[in-house]
Design a protein around this ligand. Structure first.
Ligand code: ZN
Length: 245
């Protein structure tokens, strides 16, 4: 009988523990997928406050191409190394270069016109058709390496491939550089995010790119980098379910 009482006591204690509201700090961890109703309300309120039509939050990915002629509306400005970016982000970009000057940061690739992107894409497609692939198959294969025209963030003037610490390869070796470590920790202060983090291909459509940074403004960048999420997730956008990634 005493064992039965003990058992009931244990169950009672466990039930009470389950009912106790979680401390507010848990809501910020992002570690638990089972957020309480309070957490959901706060998340929804945050999302609805975001102005998704803001120029600095334009979302471009393989499912969301830019409207025709978008890049002809941009005012570009030089940022060194023969590269240009949207003039509105140049002051923040230069401030980031200056703050990280110990790492010899510079733009390896900034704005690309849709026409330039078309040239890059067609060159890649031609390589596959020369190997005997059909046009459709060659385009699908090329799209895994080079973004289709109008679907590259470089077409917006808000994205930049960074070089630093003597590595201008725009490849995975950049992940091992002090320049990358600094950028990952500090880019948000200047309005930039690591746009294609590891393990987010399903939502971004792009594999890990430690060298590619995207301007979204300081407010959005702070939220995105502190939560370790993507621009898509920040905007509450999900890829269509039937694309196979
Ligand atoms: Zn890039």
């Amino acid at each position: 009988m005493r064992r039965m009482l003990s058992l009931f006591l244990v169950i009672f204690v466990l039930l009470c523990a389950a009912c106790t509201p979680r401390p507010a700090s848990d809501a910020d961890s992002g570690a638990s997928p089972s957020a309480s109703p309070t957490d959901d309300t706060q998340a929804a309120a945050t999302t609805s406050a975001i102005d998704k039509s803001a120029w600095n939050l334009v979302l471009v990915n393989k499912w969301l191409p830019l409207p025709d002629g978008f890049d002809s509306t941009l005012t570009l400005a030089a940022v060194g190394n023969g590269q240009t970016l949207d003039a509105r982000i140049v002051a923040d970009f230069q401030a980031m270069l200056q703050a990280g000057s110990a790492y010899q940061l510079h733009a390896q690739s900034g704005f690309r016109s849709v026409a330039q992107q078309t040239t890059l894409f067609n060159r890649e497609v031609a390589g596959y058709t020369a190997k005997g692939y059909s046009q459709a198959d060659a385009e699908a294969l090329a799209a895994q390496v080079v973004a289709r025209p109008g679907t590259s963030e470089h077409n917006t003037g808000l994205a930049v491939d960074m070089a630093g610490s003597g590595d201008n390869s725009a490849s995975m070796s950049f992940v091992n550089t002090p320049a990358f470590a600094w950028l990952k920790d500090n880019c948000y202060k200047y309005g930039f995010i690591l746009r294609y983090p590891d393990n987010t291909t399903a939502v971004t459509g792009i594999t890990y790119e430690p060298w590619h940074y995207r301007y979204v403004g300081v407010e959005a960048a702070t939220a995105i980098m502190s939560q370790g999420i993507t621009l898509e997730q920040y905007l509450g956008w999900s890829p269509p379910a039937d694309t196979g990634g």
